[in-house]
Design a protein around this ligand. Structure first.
Ligand code: SAM
Length: 201
C-alpha cells in the first residue's frame, strides 16, 4: 500500500479536508463510501484516524482490501463492508466523517444515499465527497498519478471509458439539505468539484 500510485491523491485530499474542518484524526471514526481498493482507508488509518470503514458494493474489491488492511492494522480499527451506500449495515451514528472519491456519480438514488448518510453520521459530523484528483494536488504529481492510472486501466491502447456525469453542486446541496446537512464548501477541481457538508447539530 505504501507504494500505491494513488496514495498522494488521498494525502492531499485529507489535507484539504482537515484545512476546512475541525476534524481531529484521533477522535474520528471515518467511512469511505465506494472506497474501492481501500487506499484512502489505509491512508486515514496510517495518519492516526481512530477507525476507518470501507464500504463498496463490489465484493471482490472488499475482499482484496480486507486482506491488505489486515496486514497493516489491528482488526478493531477497520471494517471492510460489502454493501450499497443506501443500506450500510452499521448502527445509527457509527461515524463522524464520510469521505468518497469518484463514486457518487454512480449512485442511482442520491436522495436515498444522503438519507442513509444522515443515519450513519453523528450530528456535527462531515461528508467530503467529490471526483477527480483533489483541488490541492500539485500539477506535477497530478500528471504522474493520471499517467499511472491510465497505464493501469488501458495499457498502451487508446481506449477511453465513459462515466456518468456529476450532478451540479447546487442540486447536490439541495439533496444534502433535505437530508439534514449544511453545505460548507464546494471546491473546484479541474472539470469536477469536491463537496463538503456538515450534519446539522
Ligand atoms: C471509480 S471507483 C472509485 C474507487 C475509489 N473511491 C478511488 O478513489 O479510486 C468507484 C467505486 O464506487 C463503487 N460503487 C459504485 N456504486 C456504489 C454503490 N451504490 N454502493 C457502494 N459502492 C458503489 C464501485 O464498486 C467502485 O469501487
Amino acid at each position: 500500500m505504501k507504494e500505491h500510485y494513488q496514495l498522494p491523491v488521498y494525502k492531499y485530499l485529507t489535507q484539504t479536508l482537515l484545512r476546512h474542518t475541525d476534524v481531529q484524526a484521533e477522535q474520528t471514526d471515518a467511512v469511505d463510501l465506494g472506497g474501492g481498493d481501500g487506499v484512502w482507508v489505509y491512508y486515514l488509518l496510517e495518519q492516526g484516524f481512530k477507525s476507518a470503514a470501507l464500504v463498496d458494493n463490489d465484493s471482490d474489491k472488499i475482499q482484496t482490501a480486507a486482506e491488505k488492511l489486515t496486514e497493516y492494522f489491528a482488526p478493531e480499527r477497520f471494517q471492510a463492508i460489502n454493501a450499497d451506500v443506501t443500506a450500510i449495515p452499521v448502527a445509527n451514528g457509527a461515524f463522524n466523517l464520510a469521505v468518497s472519491r469518484s463514486s457518487m456519480h454512480f449512485w442511482p438514488d442520491l436522495p436515498a444515499a444522503w438519507l442513509e448518510l444522515a443515519r450513519v453520521i453523528r450530528p456535527g459530523g462531515y461528508v467530503f465527497a467529490g471526483r477527480g484528483f483533489g483541488p490541492d494536488l500539485p500539477e506535477d504529481i497530478r500528471a504522474s498519478v493520471k499517467a499511472a492510472k491510465y497505464q493501469k486501466l488501458y495499457g498502451d491502447s487508446n481506449e477511453k471509458h465513459q462515466e456518468p456525469p456529476s450532478m451540479p453542486a447546487k442540486e447536490l446541496s439541495k439533496i444534502a439539505a433535505e437530508a439534514g446537512f449544511k453545505t460548507i464548501a464546494v471546491l473546484p477541481d479541474h472539470k469536477a468539484y469536491w463537496f463538503l457538508a456538515q450534519k446539522n447539530r
